[in-house]
Write a protein that binds this ligand. Sequence first.
Ligand code: HEC
Length: 744
Amino acid sequence: MAIDDTGADASEAQESEESAGAAKHTGRRWAFAAVAVLALAAVGWFVVRPAVFPPLEQASGIAPKAPRLNAGTDQRLFRFDPEQSTATYSVKEELAGKKMATAVGSTSAVSGDVVVDDNDASASVLGTVVVDVHQMRSDNALRDARVQMAYLESHDYPLAEFTPDTLDGLPKEAVDDKWYPVTVSGRLKVHGLTEPSTWKGKVRLSGDELQVKIGTTVKMSTYDVGPISLVGMVRTADDVALSLDLVAVDVAVRQPSTVIEVPDPSGPEKVSDVAAPSYAKDVEPILAASCASCHAPDQAGSEALSLATAADARKYAAGIALSTSTRYMPPWLASDKNIPLQHDPRLSTKAITTLQKWADAGAPLDVEETKRIRSSVPAPPAPRRDVVLASSTPYQGDGKVTNDYRCFILDPKFVDPTIVTGYAFEPDRVKNLHHALIYRSGPSSRAEAESKDGADGRPGWTCYGGTGLSADPAVAGITGRSRSREALFAGWAPGQAPRRFGAGTGFKFEPGDFIVIQIHYHFHKGIVTPPDQSKVSLETTAPSPDLREIYVANPIAPVEMPCAPGVTGPLCDRSAARADLQRQYGAAASISDFALKRCQWTLADMPKGPSNTGSTFCDNRLPSGGQIVDVLGHMHELGTTFRMTLNPGRPTEKVLLDIPRWDFSWQLNYQPVEAVNFSPGDVLRIECGWDRSLRSDPDPRYLLFGEGTEDEMCFSTIAVLPAQPGSGNAAVRPAAQGTRRPGG
Ligand code: HEC
């Protein structure tokens, strides 16, 4: 990631500019930059999605337990027989942006009782039907893993339950072997959420067997389990059809089995007769070079897809082909319009074709199934561990908070000014770690940090959004009072490697400065996991006159998007939406107005009519020269396109970052192969595009630049080296008015 010292710059720039009698708003501009960085931190800076989840396991093969019913006189008790019953979901999905398919998953892990009243069939009672969704399987092992882990979270919520309140349609006197149409109304609980639900279908009694076939359609968003979207690869509809095809047996005659058949996902079927590429010669080298660094066991992507052995490659062959042909994998969003970037991992067309042909041919193996896939890419040289820091007491979650943000003091105890030239976050309980943000804090914050530390009887303190210290630029900065040394300078997310800043560059600590690390732990509900004691190691050096201190600037553009056509709601009014931001984030809400002002737009320039899509841009004039060494674009979930251009429309134009298909889950930092020189007066244009239809909003609002994931941003980061060693920091200033209007 880029290092960031905007917090420190905020105060320094302010001090010097105020003493020089600069206009009052200058301080606010800097303060803004600090706030935005922290806001970004809150929503996740890096690779966001790799939620930490357990791998897809073998289904247990045992039916769940359902509440039992009792039969009265003249009544008979029936119990569903898992061997003859299935619960099924089916949902339309779009693959690779064009092919429509229907994804179907089912399980026999179903239980429930029915009381049949022989004198009055209409008085029969259908008890709670329980389905173990953790055992749902489709024709695609990858889909099952994804759905269960990231959406249904079936480790935490294995059971879906339908509890009928009314059963209508049965006559008083029912005839054997005849289907009766029925309507069942009740409450459906999925993913821990319960909503009213009505099912329709038919029922038939044949002696000591009862058949129930009912179905309904629900919205995945209602239960917070979708719609599923892996940008460019898979996108599902929100509507999912559920059906229960059940057979119950009279328990007086026979007790149904509780054991179910477990499907064996052994591998793909052959779909083409084209000769298969060799696994050993053609396929494995691609996986070893381009995938194993992340998908080998314990690496960032192994939770979603573990590619440990040849058997894994075979089992997931279809997913490997789909993810690579859509260029969803390896993760890389920048396009060919970009200047050349370091570490471009994109596969050649030939490699993509090889993987596809192999999958189509049934993914045959010419090696042992157990042959391991080992990364053929050497790991980059690690930074030295000159200083190794860990919190004194390990931290353990209490099993109550799922997303636990905890801050700890790490004190390097530098006695002389020290330059950090590289760092590593050394994760301990990697399965519970979501991200870490590493801040420098100054002596004036020390007493406050120490008083918070351990105040609730556990190490550290709770800190959503930043460090939670009053010197946090997010709190103090916006009012222009920040004099803090607090600055975000390093971070980690699963998969992020130790980082060395460029030769002759670094980040400065003064004696008395210390580190506050914010760790986002993700715990599974109710499960107390072993304590974590992750470490931070620093590579350090003494300051030298030719050291170039990296600094970070954050060019932005405003976000002003009316509600979509036909969508109404109280927050579709801009001033109401603006007031709502104020209510949630206080002073930080003025970012939205500030973004307009900074880019010298007014509301009159902004699209007014309702629209699903929108775009914005801002030209930032660069006041001094320097070299850009690292770029990052940032939007939220509705983003579609991002571009950063140096000197647009001039002969010196350079596209520093072009992301034609934005993905919130993959917010990578990109480093130009050659640092980009810029001169005073150069212009840096930031452009963003959005599409509201990417998310169904229960609470539609006029979109503004704001901190919540449901708000939007058009934000960027550039890490810059000053033109001359020791020439100090420069600012990215507001631009002259743009020449075209943001579009609707
Ligand atoms: C930089 C690390 C990285 C590299 C390199 C990488 N992946 Fe991934 N991959 C991930 C992560 C993290 C995820 C889970 C998050 C996601 O799906 O966005 C993932 C997800 C996937 C998925 C989707 C799994 C699902 O749940 O649907 C497939 C398939 C996949 N990777 C295949 C590959 C293949 C094939 C390669 C090599 C050509 C590759 N990946 C290279 C990190 C990586």
